[in-house]
Design a binder for this molecule. Structure first.
Ligand SMILES: [Mg+2]
Length: 222
């Protein structure tokens, strides 16, 4: 019998392609606050952090200003949802991969994301994925990535050792989160950070397609 293992997924840039929506709301938020809008590339570089930390980095402002700007961003995001205009599709192959893993007896799935819990629950419901994940880790009750807290809490909730845990994500924040928690890491190239950055931040394996995920998990956990 295979020992239980915990498979943790990042959300934005790994499961869902939300970059365009996030860059749009970042630009509007910055203009509201009298600042030049960040480029799409700059907005993409902070996806994965908590919204407050992302604002601090992008606007190079203090924590209090970042909290106010994060509030503005959330208002724009909610206004978009209210008119049913969200476009946050799953990446190609994600659903099949999640279904394969869910059917695997020894695999327990979780989420570790910079997204707030209400946003996570909305996305999971939108894509009929709520039953796939046993543990959801967000900045609502954890420090932002790359602090190891999200993985350590998921391990504590599920009773699985970090050494039997893998963190799958598209950014250096995910690789640092996994590494610092003592977990294995898989970088994915379809998201928002470059392959070389994933390599430099300690990805154990990098994949370019969801079809390669199952093999990559077997490799990093054995
Ligand atoms: Mg991400």
């Amino acid at each position: 019998m295979t020992a239980p293992r915990l498979i943790m997924f990042d959300m934005d840039g790994t499961l869902i392609d939300s970059g365009a929506v996030i860059a749009l709301h970042m630009a509007t938020t910055f203009r509201d606050h009298g600042l030049d809008a960040p480029t799409q590339e700059m907005s993409h570089s902070v996806i994965g952090l908590s919204l407050e930390l992302a604002m601090e980095r992008l606007a190079q402002c203090d924590a209090e200003t970042a909290i106010v700007m994060a509030g503005t961003y959330r208002n724009h995001y909610r206004a978009m949802l209210a008119v049913g205009d969200a476009h946050e599709p799953l990446y190609a192959g994600a659903l099949d991969a999640l279904n394969r893993l869910k059917a695997h007896d020894a695999s327990i799935l979780g989420i570790a994301t910079g997204k707030g819990l209400s946003g996570v629950n909305r996305i999971l419901a939108l894509h009929a994925l709520a039953d796939h994940f046993v543990t959801l880790q967000t900045p609502d009750h954890n420090p932002s990535k790359p602090h190891p807290g999200m993985i350590l809490r998921a391990c504590a909730e599920t009773g699985i050792d970090p050494a039997c845990t893998v963190m799958i994500g598209d950014t250096t924040f995910d690789m640092e989160l996994g590494r610092s928690a003592g977990a294995r890491t898989i970088g994915v190239t379809w998201g928002y950070h470059a392959r070389v950055a994933l390599e430099e931040s300690g990805a154990h394996i990098i994949i370019e397609d969801y079809a390669d995920l199952d093999d990559a998990i077997e490799k990093v956990l054995n």
